[in-house]
Design a protein around this ligand. Structure first.
Ligand SMILES: Cc1cc2nc3c(=O)[nH]c(=O)nc-3n(C[C@H](O)[C@H](O)[C@H](O)COP(=O)(O)OP(=O)(O)OC[C@H]3O[C@@H](n4cnc5c(N)ncnc54)[C@H](O)[C@@H]3O)c2cc1C
Length: 432
């Protein structure tokens, strides 16, 4: 079986690996000169199944209004001139109800926990080196109200059987010793000991190397321009210089997945949610985190790699704008200065931005489409690395006709019915 995977981010690369291991002949088409050079390049480094939670939650619309007026805000919205931006925000608002939140969280957790287990197996099997740490993650609170709200989250974690520890201000140092010096700023924290951390770009590069050794062909510098569909099947993938055929095609183009499939009547509700990170050299180990610390006030995570710190987060709804906004850097630096003063050399930081491919309900689009041999693996939003290995295995199982190990209910594009119905009325299409 020949499979073409479109996109060589963490999602495309893990998908290629899983497909190859299942026996498929796999080609990855990627426009960059290597893997994980777009959104998967400098993310916050958490593999956080315990934190797999949709952004669309009860109370968020009110919080969002407040954030929009703050200087160091976790959220910013700038009209991008498209109707889609408004549609997407409305769809997201519709998911902020308690019943929708419960459904979406259950789907995300199911996939994220499976993914973490798959990642552990992969690491053990291949000996992947990516500055990984298995010390859990810690969400820290600055106010009594945040700590009280966490007590509600704990009830959910308990119900779902996720190991966790709610820590008082004076216990924070048991998870992150460097926080002892700044405990007066904090009210407490929630530790998720099963979470992991590491460098997603290193991970993807290592995995791609092993996938290549297993026979996966990575074709870099190739721009995918369209899909040619005949009847109910993809006949060919059109690139800038040629037309390529395969038995199956998996779309893992991150934020570019929606425009590619739109011409086929498949309406992926995937919006680019911009985030920022700053990677700085480690200055003083005793003042740095040992793992990931997530500052709930600013929704910014500080992650420890071997000799570096990565601080990342924030969400801007501003279309495909890739400019680096110095105000965002100031927020990232503020969080490091507040929590880990002197831990990293901020002046030597590498400032970066990436676009999270995000669905309104937080759950990715993993599975079949209305076109027989066309599959999606995209829309992983804030937790693409966290959900990568499980999503890849689910897609590989479906493509090769095996039964996935987890329930796939609600994971595919079919939950956003509109595109499917449209396509059903339009059984043949081609874009180029
Ligand atoms: C600031 C920030 C912090 C984050 N922190 C975390 C975190 O701590 N943990 C976590 O799990 N997730 C995190 N994420 C989310 C995670 O990084 C993403 O969900 C994930 O990287 C998405 O991977 P992807 O493979 O779908 O997309 P990408 O990495 O963008 O891959 C898509 C690939 O498709 C290629 N492509 C696009 N169009 C074409 C075309 N026409 N032809 C050929 N190739 C094409 C691109 O070059 C790209 O390589 C964070 C994201 C951001 C921005």
């Amino acid at each position: 079986m020949d499979v073409i995977v479109l996109g060589g981010g963490v999602i495309g690369t893990t998908t290629a690996w899983s497909l190859a291991r299942a026996g498929a002949r796999v080609t990855v088409l990627e426009r960059q000169p290597g893997v994980a050079l777009e959104t998967s390049f400098a993310n916050a480094g958490q593999v956080s199944a315990g934190y797999a939670t949709p952004w669309a939650a009860p109370g968020i619309p009110l919080k969002a209004m407040k954030w929009l007026c703050q200087r160091h805000a976790p959220l910013a919205i700038r009209p991008d001139g498209t109707l889609f931006q408004w549609q997407w925000m409305l769809q997201m608002l519709g998911q902020c109800r308690a019943d929708r939140y419960a459904v979406n969280k259950t789907r995300m957790m199911r996939l994220a926990e499976y993914s973490r287990d798959q990642l552990r197996m992969l690491r053990a099997e291949l000996g992947l080196q990516y500055e990984a740490r298995s010390l859990g993650t810690l969400q820290v609170f600055r106010t009594a109200a945040q700590l009280a709200a966490a007590e509600r989250d704990v009830a959910v974690l308990r119900d779902l059987g996720v190991p966790h520890r709610l820590l008082s201000r004076d216990e924070l140092h048991t998870a992150e010793p460097a926080l002892h010096g700044v405990r007066e700023r904090l009210s407490g924290g929630l530790q998720l000991p099963n979470d992991e951390t590491g460098d997603c770009h290193l991970f993807t590069t290592e995995l791609a190397r092993q996938a290549q050794a297993m026979g996966v062909r990575f074709r870099f510098g190739v721009q995918v321009e369209g899909l040619e569909v005949q009847g109910h099947s993809v006949r060919a993938v059109q690139t800038s210089d040629e037309s390529l055929r395969a038995d199956h095609v998996v779309v893992a183009l991150g934020c570019a997945s929606r425009p590619l499939l739109q011409g086929l009547g498949l309406d992926l509700p995937v919006y680019p949610v911009k985030g920022y990170s700053l990677t700085v050299p480690l200055a003083d180990e005793a003042r740095a985190p040992v793992s990931t610390v997530l500052d709930e006030t600013y929704k910014v995570a500080v992650t420890r790699f071997d000799r570096r710190l990565r601080v990342g987060g924030m969400a801007e709804l501003a279309g495909l704008d890739m400019r680096l906004d110095p105000r965002r850097r100031a927020t990232l630096e503020k969080v490091v200065n507040d929590l880990f003063p002197g831990g990293g050399t901020l002046s030597d930081g590498q400032f970066w931005t990436g676009l999270r491919p995000m669905t309104p309900d937080g759950t990715p689009l993993v599975g079949a489409t209305a076109i027989d041999n066309l599959w999606t693996n995209t829309g992983h939003g804030t937790l693409g690395w966290t959900m990568a290995c499980g999503s890849a295995q689910v897609v590989a199982d479906l493509v090769t006709g095996r039964r996935p190990a987890i329930d796939t209910e609600g994971l595919s594009l079919s939950r956003w019915q509109r595109g499917i119905q449209k396509f059903a009325m339009k059984p043949s299409a081609a874009v180029s």
